[in-house]
Ligand binder design. Structure first.
Ligand code: GLY
Length: 393
């Protein structure tokens, strides 16, 4: 073995920070920490973006998504602001095209006699925003159902390819000297005198002064090795991808805008693909796509854009979103073990929240407090209270 190889190997075995998880959250953290000049090793049990990140639609919709608290909404908005410049920076480092679609999101409305009042209120409220009346909506999206009376336009909501974003973070981190080890399953955390010292894996021991657990639904099993339990659970989501290349009604053209409604979203992707999602099945814990789930998605999508019925089927898949009992992620230091940090439970917005999670972890590891950053309610230490059955602060 040459000297150089020995150096690299020992660096991998002993780093300043170990990041557990090769999804979009772990990868963003590895990228941000490596930009701070820290020696980072990232461990992934399967391969990059294998979990929720690789199955997501990739929406960056801080204005439209529901968040469990104002603090979480503000955090998501911060992430949305970071994302534009970050993607440019990642492109320079990684040369990966993340398929950013910045055309904006459209929320169409159908006039419904039963909900007439609600509809007029929406229009009133929307007048100061971007309200498209029926003719503007038909001009912009000629294929949308003629029943749509108008739409709200959200130009600041964007979307991208989540697996590509994950790869770009990893490649960017590697350029900064980070190591990425795949097929590396963490079996337990190593502690010494109340401090974390590393992890034991199927590929041997990795040591570090700081360990960040960002393994989504896989995080629980790792924490159990030190007698701690997370209150996360899966929320299954089914999706389907279609090709618009052959549609006659739409002259083989695809949608430019993402269509976002309360019951379905239609997300245009490169190569004239559209991704339609998603069902929401709490505690669904498998990757099967049911006929009824698929039927629901297609029925809803063709209700909004009838031409979609002519599209050809490409594939369907399901993902498991990591949700927490109070709907807030666990972010920050776990106070019972020095050097141990969590970044888990981003539910359906991991892609959007990846940038701010990376930034937050960089600030925490540089010595800022949760209060200073404004993320107190995400405190990882609340699992200690949850364990005792106390569900508030
Ligand atoms: N990010 C949207 C969803 O999980 O359905």
């Amino acid at each position: 073995m040459t000297m150089k190889r020995v150096d690299r190997e020992s660096k991998r075995r002993n780093s300043e920070v170990l990041v557990i998880g090769g999804g979009v959250i772990g990868s963003a953290i590895a990228y941000y920490l490596s930009c701070d000049g820290l020696e980072v090793t990232q461990l992934e049990a399967a391969h990059q973006a294998n979990g929720a990140s690789g199955h997501a639609a990739g929406m960056l919709a801080a204005g439209l998504e529901h968040f469990s608290s104002e603090e979480l909404r503000r955090w998501a908005q911060r992430s949305q602001q970071l994302m534009g410049p970050l993607i440019k920076e990642l492109k320079l480092h990684s040369e990966i095209n993340v398929g950013m679609n910045d055309s904006g999101f459209v929320v169409p409305f159908i006039k419904d006699r039963k909900r007439e009042e609600e509809f007029s209120e929406t229009i009133e409220r929307a007048k100061q925003k971007h309200w498209w009346n029926k003719s503007k909506l038909q001009d912009e999206i000629p294929w949308i159902t003629k029943k749509a009376e108008g739409a709200l336009f959200y130009p600041q909501e964007h979307q991208l390819l989540p697996a590509e974003l994950t790869k770009a973070y990893i490649k960017g981190a590697q350029k900064n000297g980070a190591a990425f080890i795949d097929h590396c399953t963490v079996s337990r955390l190593l502690l010494d005198n109340g401090r974390v010292t590393g992890v034991e894996t199927n590929q041997g021991t990795y040591t570090a002064d700081k360990v960040v657990i960002a393994a989504g639904l896989g995080s629980d099993a790792i924490l159990r090795s030190i007698g701690t339990q997370l209150n996360t659970y899966p929320v299954k989501g089914e999706m389907v991808a279609l090709s618009m290349q052959t549609t006659q009604t739409m002259n083989g053209e695809t949608l430019r805008y993402t269509i976002y409604t309360p019951d379905v979203y239609i997300v245009p992707k490169p190569n004239q693909e559209i991704w339609i999602g998603a069902t929401s099945i709490p505690y669904g814990n498998d990757y099967k796509v049911s006929a009824s789930g698929l039927n629901t998605l297609l029925h809803r999508a063709t209700g909004w854009v009838p031409g979609i019925g002519e599209a050809s089927f490409i594939r369907t898949w399901a993902g498991l979103r990591p949700q927490t009992v109070d709907g807030l992620p666990y972010i920050g230091a776990y106070s019972e073990v020095q050097g141990l940090y969590l970044a888990v439970g981003h539910y359906r917005n991991g892609v959007l929240l990846s940038a701010v999670t990376g930034e937050t972890m960089s600030r925490l590891l540089s010595g800022e407090t949760e209060d200073e950053i404004g993320i107190r309610s995400f405190s990882a230490s609340r699992i200690i209270k949850e364990r005792r059955g106390i569900y508030c602060c």
